[in-house]
Structures are given as structure tokens and as C-alpha cells.
Design a protein around this ligand. Structure first.
Ligand code: FAD
Length: 278
């Protein structure tokens, strides 16, 4: 069972608890991106099990008529075992999702996976126009070129600053430089994209920038934030903009929770307070 301090960030261990969380979000006009926690599998059975759970989840989402989609990780779908395993499992999920009218996001993992992720995205996005999206990371030096390539692919793009710590020869490591890059990427996307832009950030300055670009170019966009982070802002923003909450769930929640806990001191303070006050 998930302890109460972790349940701020993780919607339980089962699809049922996650879907109940989505129901409550939808009541507040926030949509949901469901992510079954799991990554870096080297066991084909683990890959097959998560892929099967995603196909069932897509079915459950469609049947329940919830405003929800899914987001998958390449190494959860077998990229560490082989690119063909990842492509095969991704294609099978996207086929079912397209049939049920459920959108599929592909998360971006560390920089060694970028080529395989973008190539697989391009294949499925061309086969299922409007049904698939991919994440790109502003901290990678290559991303400007990647985004130019993606402008011609019929799918959505989620822009994030980057959760991994790539080496300096492939990435910007200074926070201000990453912010500058993020702003430049958004400028390009709002000016050139028509497939859909997702702003995956909690940063108030980034969100204001996106709103201003929307005013200037008239391009549609959506805001995406993580479960448990700036939840009040999510509800406020949802009154005016399309807001999606990224909702992780599943039994493999410990490392995800640890990442959330250590990325900011106020989150760590929140956890300590919860422990101390019982
Ligand atoms: P930061 O640069 O961390 O912070 C900027 C400001 O935002 C802060 O000063 C504060 O005002 C506000 N803020 C940030 N965090 C908090 C908080 N916890 N509480 C209160 N205020 C806060 N990364 C990947 O590499 N690949 C992915 O596929 C991926 N998918 C993502 C999907 C979603 C929906 C989101 C929201 C993020 C995703 N990320 C992903 C993570 C992303 O790369 C960043 O690591 C993460 O979002 C932190 O950057 P930030 O832009 O939110 O703000």
C-alpha cells in the first residue's frame, strides 16, 4: 500500500485507484495523463505485462468516458532489450488506443534514447494522425533541430526542461540557459506548429510566456503539470485553459516518489511535516 505522504504524487497502485483519481480531476475540469510506473526493463515478460496493462487501461478509459490519455516510457516498453521490441509494443498500444479514441504520449528518457524515441514516434504518428505525441527536453543541445523536424510530423509535442542530467557536451547545464532555450523552443512551436503544443512545466514564468505566445500567434496549446505539484494553480488555470495532470500509478512508485521528494526543498519539508505530525 502507498503511504499517505506518497499518495500526494501517486494515484494508488491499481488502475481502479488511478481511474477514481481521474474522475475527481475531471470534476474539476482537469484532464488526466495516466502513467503506469515502470522503466528500464531488461525482462521481456515485464515489458509484455505493462504493455498489456496499458492496452486494458485504454479500454477502461474509453469505456468510462473519462477525459484521460496515457503516457508510456520507451524503456518500459523494452527499448533496453532492443529497439524492435519497443517499436512492436508501442505500435500495438497505439493501434488499440487509436481504435478506442484515446491519445498516447511518449515520455522522453535520458539522452541515449532520444533518436530511438523520435524515430518510433514519427512512425506511429504518421500511421495514426492526431493520436500520438512525444516529449522533448529543452536542456538538450539537439532539441532545436529535433523540433524543426517535428514541425512536419502530424502529432503533438510536449515541451519540458528535462528531468535527467545529461553530460555538458550534449546538454545545457545552467538553469538560466535551459530557461532561455525553453522560451526559444516555445516561440518556434507557436509560430510553426499546427499539430498541438503541450507546455509541461510548473514554472509560472514559462506558463505566462505560453499565454503571451498564444495571444500573439493564436496557436492552441495545453498545459501539463504533475499530480501533487501546484494543484491550486492547476484548478485556477483550468478555468481558462486546457489543463492536463500527469497521474502516475502502480506498484513501482518508490523511485518516482523519491525523485519528487528530492527535487525541491519545499517538497522535502512537506514530507517531513507529514511524518512528524503523523
Ligand atoms: P522548475 O525549473 O523546476 O522550477 C521553476 C519554477 O516552477 C519554480 O521556481 C517554482 O516557481 C515552480 N515550481 C516547480 N516545481 C514546483 C513544485 N514542486 N512546487 C511548487 N512550485 C514549483 N521530463 C523529462 O525529461 N521527460 C519527460 O517525459 C517529462 N514529462 C513531464 C510531463 C509533465 C506533465 C511535467 C510537468 C514534467 C515532465 N518532465 C519530464 C519533467 C520536466 O523535465 C522537469 O524536470 C520538471 O517539470 C521541473 O521543471 P519545471 O519547468 O516544472 O520547473
Amino acid at each position: 500500500m502507498i503511504p499517505p505522504i506518497a499518495s500526494r504524487f501517486v494515484a494508488g497502485e491499481s488502475p481502479a485507484t488511478a481511474l477514481e483519481h481521474v474522475r475527481q480531476l475531471n470534476d474539476r475540469d482537469v484532464k488526466a495523463i495516466l502513467n503506469l510506473l515502470g522503466e528500464h526493463y531488461d525482462d521481456r515478460d515485464a515489458v509484455a505485462a505493462d504493455a498489456a496493462e496499458y492496452r486494458q487501461l485504454v479500454d477502461d478509459i474509453a469505456r468510462s468516458r473519462l477525459e484521460a490519455c496515457i503516457s508510456v516510457k520507451p524503456t518500459q516498453l523494452g527499448l533496453d532489450i532492443g529497439e524492435e521490441v519497443f517499436r512492436e509494443e508501442l505500435a500495438a498500444i497505439v493501434d488499440v488506443a487509436a481504435d478506442r479514441g484515446v491519445f498516447v504520449w511518449i515520455d522522453m528518457e535520458d539522452h541515449t534514447t532520444t533518436d530511438a524515441t523520435l524515430d518510433a514516434f514519427e512512425t506511429v504518428a504518421r500511421e495514426h494522425e492526431g493520436g500520438v505525441g512525444v516529449c522533448v527536453q529543452a536542456n538538450l543541445r539537439r532539441t532545436r533541430a529535433d523540433v524543426r523536424r517535428l514541425a512536419d510530423v502530424p502529432g503533438k509535442v510536449r515541451f519540458v526542461k528535462g528531468a535527467y542530467a545529461p553530460p555538458a557536451d550534449v546538454a545545457y547545464t545552467d538553469g538560466a540557459r535551459i530557461d532561455q532555450e525553453y522560451r526559444a523552443l516555445l516561440e518556434y512551436a507557436f509560430a510553426h506548429f499546427d499539430g498541438g503544443i503541450a507546455v509541461g512545466s510548473h514554472d509560472p514564468a514559462v506558463i505566462e510566456h505560453a499565454k503571451a505566445l498564444h495571444e500573439r500567434y493564436g496557436t492552441d496549446f495545453e498545459l501539463q503539470l504533475l499530480m501533487g505539484v501546484r494543484e491550486d494553480a492547476q484548478a485556477t488555470l483550468a478555468a481558462e485553459y486546457e489543463v492536463w495532470q500527469y497521474v502516475p500509478y502502480g506498484r513501482r512508485w518508490t523511485s518516482y516518489f523519491y525523485r519528487r521528494l528530492t527535487e525541491r526543498t519545499d517538497t522535502l519539508r512537506f514530507a517531513l511535516r507529514a511524518v512528524l505530525t503523523g
